[in-house]
Design a protein around this ligand. Structure first.
Ligand code: FAD
Ligand code: NDP
Length: 426
């Protein structure tokens, strides 16, 4: 029999880092907590990997972006975990979980027992092989989920200046990586099946602003289609991406961002699943009372909208982790998780934030030409979502307030005319 801990966090990403800080804040004794991660470093702010980490100059490197610097809190290096008596098992994959025995088995064949488990396994990238694409294991095809991937991408970008990249996928990874590639002097063509970028959030009008901006930076968009095959050279490297209609796009490197799948495999058949993730209640507790789930992997009740969602964004990872820890440590005072969805991105000199829900009618406001514009979503007479590009700190704070309050809107044209002033006046 191996070691035993009061609390074990399975996974060492964003949620794990924020959970650890919350445990320490709430005063756990040394020796109570163990974090197990297959990554080689202490938890870090994953969003940095597609932004500051990829910059051609002044790029950020660890230890600068360990959690929890993303909210201006302490930077938790490996030393911090040691000083607080937290066992941080790096380079250790958990290969099975036995919820009945309350044990985990690691790749090093150690059995670790727990009283309370927090599942924070995040997600894995969807690979092109899963769409039936052959030759997708070539060494100049890059995905981006962890530090290892980002390090390989940086090396490839730096040796490819002046060369050509094809970016497959028009979501968050695709858009942020395309911007980084351009900044590193690489010519970019983006290919994706939808009619516009970031289709999960943007309306066609919002997307047009970003696509036009990227086009001025030299990015070529090929929309509404998917790739069919890779053309390889004699070294087994991709030389070109061939699309469904036969178009051939020469490529020195390929970056793929076609979505993710939550890492739930170890818990399947043992916990109730929903929306592709692990179902939790408002305390982040799963169908097993000794197991909690947080971050990308958790399907949780979104109180504001009365439905269940799984969100793949960092703010939820941070807050759900802290909420689970509070629920575990102080069940008597913990309320139900009452989350306001918050997403953001930064590319080139642009920066946007979104709060709430993008359902119903979308009303654009502001001036797209001046790179200062926004949008409100109005659903069944209520303002439910708010978006702003190029906002100030106080304007973004006002957006969060308006999205939380969900005021009734009597005149949508008046609302569009008032724009950000409406949120600021609330
Ligand atoms: P993760 O941070 O992915 O952590 C999961 C951890 O568990 C990983 O360390 C993984 O290796 C480990 N693990 C999994 N299975 C096992 C196992 N069996 N054994 C041991 N360890 C295991 N969101 C935003 O809102 N804004 C952004 O700008 C933004 N940028 C992003 C940029 C990139 C490049 C990526 C990949 C994501 C970005 N996100 C962003 C999303 C955000 O980072 C995630 O929502 C967040 O990291 C989820 O936190 P998590 O703890 O659930 O999972
Ligand atoms: P997204 O889900 O954002 O986007 C994936 C995109 O790829 C979708 O537009 C999808 O289209 C498209 N796609 C699917 N299949 C194919 C295909 N065969 N060929 C071409 N395109 C295809 O995922 P990402 O991979 O961009 O991001 C991964 C994760 O990282 C997400 O959880 C995301 O939230 C997170 N992330 C968040 C950031 C942020 O919040 N700023 C930044 C970076 C990452 P369709 O919708 O039709 O399936």
């Amino acid at each position: 029999m191996g070691r035993s801990f009061r609390f074990v966090i399975l996974g060492g990403g964003v949620s794990a880092g924020y959970a650890a800080l919350e445990f320490v804040r709430l005063g756990i004794p040394a020796g109570d907590l163990c974090i197990i991660t297959d990554e080689a470093v202490a938890p870090y702010e994953r969003p940095a990997l597609s932004k500051g980490f990829l910059l051609p100059e002044g790029a950020v490197r660890l230890p600068a972006f360990h959690t929890c610097v993303g909210v201006g809190a302490e930077r938790l290096t490996a030393r911090w975990y040691k000083e607080h008596g937290i066992e941080l098992l790096l380079n250790t994959q958990v290969v099975s979980v036995d919820l009945k025995r309350q044990t985990l088995l690691t790749s090093a064949k150690e059995t670790i027992a727990y009283l309370m488990l927090i599942v924070a396994t995040g997600a894995r990238v969807l690979r092109l092989e899963e769409f039936g694409v052959t030759g997708a294991d070539a060494r100049n095809i890059f995905y981006l989920r962890n530090l290892h991937d980002a390090t390989k991408l940086v090396e490839a970008m730096q040796s490819c200046s002046g060369g050509k990249a094809v970016v497959i996928g028009g979501g968050y990874i695709g858009m942020e990586c395309a911007a980084a590639l351009v900044s590193n002097g690489v010519h970019v063509t983006m290919v994706f099946p939808e009619s516009h970028c970031i289709a999960r959030l943007f309306t066609p009008q919002i997307a047009t602003f970003y696509e036009d901006y990227y086009t001025r930076k030299g990015v070529v968009f090929v929309k509404g289609t998917v790739m069919s095959t890779f053309e390889s050279d004699k070294d087994g490297k991709v030389a070109a991406v061939v699309l469904k209609d036969g178009t051939r796009l020469p490529a020195d490197l390929v970056v793929v961002g076609v979505g993710i799948r939550p890492n739930t495999t170890l818990l399947e058949g043992q916990l109730i699943m929903e929306k592709g993730g692990i179902k939790v209640n408002g305390k982040m507790r799963t169908s097993n009372s000794t197991v909690y789930a947080v971050g990308d992997v958790a399907a949780f009740p979104l109180k504001m909208y009365g439905d269940v969602r799984r969100l793949e964004h960092v703010d939820h990872a941070r807050k759900s982790a802290a909420h689970a820890v509070e629920s575990i440590m102080h069940p008597e005072r913990a309320k139900d998780y009452d989350y306001l969805p918050y997403f953001y991105s930064r590319v080139f000199s642009l920066s946007w934030q979104f709060f709430g829900d993008n359902s119903g009618e979308c009303l654009l406001f502001g001036d797209l030409k001046s790179e200062k514009f926004g949008a409100y979503w109005v659903d069944r007479g209520r303002l439910v979502g708010a978006f702003l590009e190029g906002g100030s700190k106080s304007e973004y704070a006002a957006l969060a307030v308006v999205a939380r309050k969900r005021p009734m809107v009597e005149d949508v044209q008046l609302l569009a005319g008032q724009g950000i002033k409406f949120a600021l006046a609330l």
